[in-house]
Ligand binder design. Sequence first.
Ligand code: PLP
Length: 511
Amino acid sequence: MDHGSRVAELLLLEVLAGSGLSLREQLRVQLVDAVEEGRLQPGDRLPPSRQLARDLGIARGTVVDVYDQLVHDGYFVARTGSGTSVASRAAPRAVEPTASPPVPMYDVRPGGPDLSAFPRTAWAMATAHVLRTLPDADLGYVPPWGTRVLREQLTRYLARTRHVDTDVDGVVVTSGVTQALTLLCRVLYARGHRTLAVEDPSNAIQRQVLGRYGLQIVDVPVDADGIDVAALARTGARAVLVTPAHQYPTGVVLSARRRAALLDWAASCDGLVVEDDYDAEFPHARTFVPSLQGAAPDHVAHVSSVSKTLAPGIRLGWVVPPRRLHQDLLGAKRDDDFGSGVIGQHVLAHLVVTGAYDRHLRRQRTAYGMRRQALAAGLAAELPDWQVRGSPAGLHLWIEPSGPVHEGALVAEALTRDVLVLGMSTMCRTVDRRGLVLGFARLRTSDAPLVARRLAEAVRAAGDGTAADAAVPYLPSPEVAARLGTTGVDFFPAGHGPGREPPLVPDRPDR
Ligand SMILES: Cc1ncc(COP(=O)(O)O)c(C=O)c1O
């Protein structure tokens, strides 16, 4: 990559043919955004017009026109011999003055992507295109299992990137992994299943939600090779939920031997492996872990969403079930909500077909890879006795102590140092794993050493022991949430805390 393409990439510049906006307008809007958001600072030199035009695949005259326009508007200055640069008065968007600048909070809990990197411009342009071109009829009731155009694009995308073996009729669009899993639970229950095995540790909220669909949840330990398949077989369950590409939360990859054993288990008991592929788009090493589904489409339901790649708020995901469950799943999705939002589906399809989705993923893969590296290096320097576990992938890592640690006190001590973390033991049921699960998606590389230093201080202040672990809440207090600039999310409204909600017994299978 030469300097120019790096600049284009850092500035998040891209232009889309057929988006409904002229190339000139797209470039102008994005450059203004870059200045107002502070990605371009006063005095920064712009790439030469010839170079930027080549990187973006557009005519040089278009870039020259846009530069001229922005000089005229006061954003840029042009000097003979030294090219175009950002004008000194073109400051980033004004921030409301406050009495004293707030002390930053570092939210390194695992979970989400970097929402500040959401491709707003690409999404806006794709939305404009969809609204201009979508026939009226397509705003009516469409197949509840997803628009054909999105299912087509997902089929190709999943084959190309994850080796998923399906066709357009095999994909069911959902409102995220969560809905894909709850639909599967209902279908399994209706077919006589009474148990669902899950990994231990696993996502605590997801486990809680799935427990409300009539199935008893049984926990199967995860070790350095992934789920213990012999232990799974002993449970008697015929359905299991796994995260083989990057186990949540330990980060381990299911080993080749365990993959084979898991698929043998499924074949031997006519079982179902539910593959949650939630963050597989982000390998940070040169290892490719293909989907399990591609190896055994008759026994694997492949599930994923855009919650890690774009934003959880988009609420779009998909499931590719085995053929024998397909009809049941179509019915379950229809009964649940009559289909996911049509415009979002078309917008996502447009981003995939134009390559904008791939470009966004490439950019984020680079950014997340650098952030992981910076955090791991900081932790290695500050906490040499602790081990960074799991494969370099996804948006989180697990850091494990070599000896006893008072995890509850550690989380509390980190919070007093303005670092919000999640203890590993909050996600364990039968296994004893300790340490912290850290999300690095939102952590700037320049902040990583400071966060690592504060975590090391918190470790020293917390000491060892296990007494108060259970008291640590999963979600931040309202005060902390306010400092993070969010209202916080209470997944369990008043009076319905974890364990207190009645089970959601499924309706008859075919209403
Ligand atoms: C293991 C796992 N799977 C899936 C998801 C995403 O769920 P959804 O697509 O419903 O937002 C998450 C979110 O944190 C997760 O931790």
